[in-house]
Design a protein around this ligand. Structure first.
Ligand code: 5GP
Ligand code: MG
Length: 182
């Protein structure tokens, strides 16, 4: 098992890159089943920064015409949620009347998803679906359905493949979990 040190914390390998790719393959296949042949142009909404790697991998596998829009939301500080979601950057394009697929790195408490749904309704999206690479079911407190979940994980703090610890670790190819023993 490989270990990485980010500031004061040590992380150990949790999900290797190949398993992440397989999970994205399966998720893209489901989205293709639902959207292939559509006559509208759906929008992929990349929620920066965490979702950047997942969005890039997912998008390459989609077999219908789609647009890419980004926004930036923040709620985490260190290894925990502050409970308050801040929109640090607005939507990069107009989504009025369009079907939107929210592409998230991870759904934890669900606060971010609630906020995103509100933002999209405010901008008059025709419909919005949620697609997330990771989901912590034990932490989720909302009743908004998650349409596409690539992988479920326990309530541990993870980094890598776009996810950070105080902005470090996003470049790691695998996903790592906090090593409590270290
Ligand atoms: P929620 O609003 O669902 O509680 O949290 C969503 C956001 O919190 C995610 O988009 C992500 O930025 C951050 N987050 C939640 N869990 C983790 C985690 O285990 N590791 C990292 N690095 N970020 C997380
Ligand atoms: Mg995120």
């Amino acid at each position: 098992m490989e270990r990485v040190r980010l500031y004061d914390k040590t992380f150990k390998t949790f999900i290797p890159h190949e398993r992440i790719m397989e999970a994205i393959d399966r998720t893209a296949a489901k989205i293709n089943e639902d959207f292939r042949g559509c006559t509208d142009i759906p929008v992929l909404l990349c929620v920066l920064n965490g979702s950047i790697m997942f969005t890039a991998e997912l998008m390459q596998r989609l077999e219908f015409n789609c647009e890419l829009v980004s926004t930036k939301l923040t709620s985490y500080q260190g290894t925990g949620s502050t409970g308050k979601v801040k929109q640090a950057m607005g939507l990069t394009a107009d989504i009025a009347g369009k079907r939107v697929i929210i592409v998230e790195d991870i759904v934890d408490t669900g606060n971010t998803i609630v906020e995103l749904k509100k933002i999209l309704a405010g901008h008059e999206a025709a419909e919005s679906k949620v697609c997330t690479l990771l989901f912590k079911p034990d932490s989720y407190t909302k009743d908004i359905p998650l349409d596409y979940v690539a992988m479920e994980i326990p309530n541990d703090f993870i980094v890598g493949f776009g996810l950070d610890y105080n902005e470090l670790g996003r470049n790691l190819k695998d996903i790592y979990v906090l090593d409590e023993e270290a």
